[in-house]
Write a protein that binds this ligand. Structure first.
Ligand SMILES: Cc1cc2nc3c(=O)[nH]c(=O)nc-3n(C[C@H](O)[C@H](O)[C@H](O)COP(=O)(O)O)c2cc1C
Length: 170
């Protein structure tokens, strides 16, 4: 049976550009005994303030944002290709409208206080250190703001310390 083992962020062997940008991830957070998750393909791993961090960007209308703002915590779960259609579903429907975790059939892991998914191959547990809503006048190339924010729904940037990383091992 495959179980999760904890590794250091420096031991993540997969390419972050592929993991996040191409294969996508689930951003999951819980508050008031409820859990919500959404698909994300923008974000990154890096180092800031002497800490290993992950950053994500979340639009104001996402239900998941309410959970992150309340708890200050989230997880990132990464999956193999066979979960692509589930990630599409979780990235299209809002948890405000459906019990999408239940409908997706994914299992919340008991490995951590911050929920992530048992079916994942890799998960990072994150604590928000900094958040800031992007502002139109901060874009040096205004065509990016025009292209991505025609409705002015600017993302909030979250920079979070990676507290734990879990990887599947046989
Ligand atoms: C491939 C993919 C990538 C996405 N990346 C992001 C992202 O980085 N930030 C974001 O705010 N929404 C992103 N979304 C949209 C949310 O996942 C989607 O709106 C979701 O339904 C929000 O669910 P919620 O309202 O339950 O939080 C993405 C969707 C897909 C399909």
């Amino acid at each position: 049976m495959e179980i999760f083992k904890e590794i250091q962020p420096e031991e993540i062997s997969e390419n972050a550009f592929k993991l996040i940008g191409k294969d996508w991830m689930l951003v999951t957070s819980s508050a008031d005994d409820k859990i919500n998750t959404m698909t994300a393909s923008w974000g990154g791993f890096g180092v800031l303030w002497g800490k290993n961090v992950a950053y994500i960007v979340v639009r104001p209308q996402r239900y998941t944002k309410e959970f992150i703002d309340k708890s200050g915590r989230f997880s990132l779960t990464f999956f193999n290709d066979s979960f692509r259609s589930k990630l599409s579903y979780l990235g299209t429907v809002s948890g405000r409208d459906e019990d999408k975790i239940k409908k997706s059939g994914l299992t919340v892991s008991e490995n951590s206080e911050i929920p992530f998914f048992e079916e994942g191959k890799l998960a990072a547990i994150c604590k928000v250190l900094y958040k800031q809503k992007l502002t139109p006048d901060s874009f040096l190339d205004s065509s990016i703001a025009d292209r991505w924010y025609p409705d002015h729904d600017f993302h909030t940037l979250y920079v979070a310390e990676i507290e734990k990383v879990f990887v599947k091992s046989n």
